[in-house]
Design a protein around this ligand. Sequence first.
Ligand SMILES: Cc1cc2nc3c(=O)[nH]c(=O)nc-3n(C[C@H](O)[C@H](O)[C@H](O)COP(=O)(O)O)c2cc1C
Length: 448
Amino acid sequence: MTQTRRQIALNLFIYPGGHHEAAWRHPNSMPERGLDITFYQELARKAEAVKFDAVFFADGPALQENIRYSQQIRLEPITLLTALATVTSRIGLIGTSSASYYDPYNFARLFASLDHISGGRAGWNIVTTSTERAAFNFGFPGQEPHAERYRRATEFVDVVTKLWDSWEDNAPRYDKAAGIYADDSLIHDIEHVGHYYRVKGALPVPRSPQGRPVYVQAGSSPDGRSFAARYAEAIFTAHQTIDSARAFDADIKAQAASLGRNPDHLKILPGISPYIGGTEAEARALQQQFDDLIQVDYSLGQLRHFTGFDFSGIGLDAPFPLHLIEHHQPRGHTSRTELIFDLLRREKLTLRQLIQRMAGARGHNVAVGTPEQVADIIEAWTEAGAADGFNVMPPWFPGGFDRFAESVVPILRKRGLFRDDYTGSTLREHYGLPRPDSQFATERRKSA
Ligand SMILES: Cc1cc2nc3c(=O)[nH]c(=O)nc-3n(C[C@H](O)[C@H](O)[C@H](O)COP(=O)(O)O)c2cc1C
């Protein structure tokens, strides 16, 4: 094995049925186990057995459209990750929580607890929630504008960070003889008074093993990118081409560097959805099995969900009327809308072809081929500076992940691209991220 190569990070992105939008209909998928905690525990243990960095669960506080056609149920991620923490010991546990709809104090407490329970393996995917349906569940008359959601998220993260820092590391004393439970000079009310939040602090839970759970971010619009450059330590993103991923990587890291951050402390992790066969033809036939299960009504709803554009009435097999999208303003998913429109323009797809391209993994890169071919794609993206690792998005569960773990991971290891074993025990250690100091400890040292 070449020891000198920079190794990649691998997360298992778990969607209940699988990442293909019709996965739940495939004979090998198990939609009936979507609420069964042992299903997720088995997946997390398998991912840990092959030394993945983390498992990841997406989330949104709303039932999505089109439950008629697709597996949209979600166990609440913090609850779910806590149940995974008790049956695993090394793998990172990343979940989405919305900065638009959580209360920062409740949120900070929940995630600090997860970091304690897991021994330092928690990661928070910070999203602003693009679906309007969520707004109606929280008493908002509609969704806040995109820039406003990111402004709120900025204050939310600042408050949460102060709360996670509110106990300095050595505040708990448990000194039975002296009768001192905690050194209260090291515990700080945060006294936050801002535009969106007023929070006194401190948390009722001491500083967690990682100091702060790992900050993950997943929006790629200009607002999302500057937010990521400021806060994110791992960035999830969807790209169709190496060039687009490389430009994204360079942009985020340059922005982070201009803010005084070390670009090595930002891990860019595009999604990859692998269809693996003994031959390329077998892999293509496997993909076709899933595409044959697509229900066009659902797909059109998904495209509308991502772009805010109504595709109904457009011929499925005629040349796509590109002039219709020329002046369309995206509503929720700015970057995904761009990805979709870019596909239509660049590859001159018909609507049916676009549906198939998006059905595989909602716009993430779909890799179809033999284990070597899939490993080649991963290696090429890595070598090109387009990725520090990947969110692996199996088309279906559990078999789609088994194939990747059994056939692609050993090739990546042989090429020196992926670890043989864990060298640390926290998610920060897996990703090679520093453990941050409490801002209150830093200030105290400065003024001492
Ligand atoms: C891999 C990945 C995972 C995501 N997970 C979530 C999620 O769990 N919940 C959510 O509301 N949005 C999720 N998103 C969407 C983004 O957070 C964001 O809302 C969307 O990309 C629109 O943001 P933008 O306008 O900044 O691009 C995810 C995006 C990616 C690429």
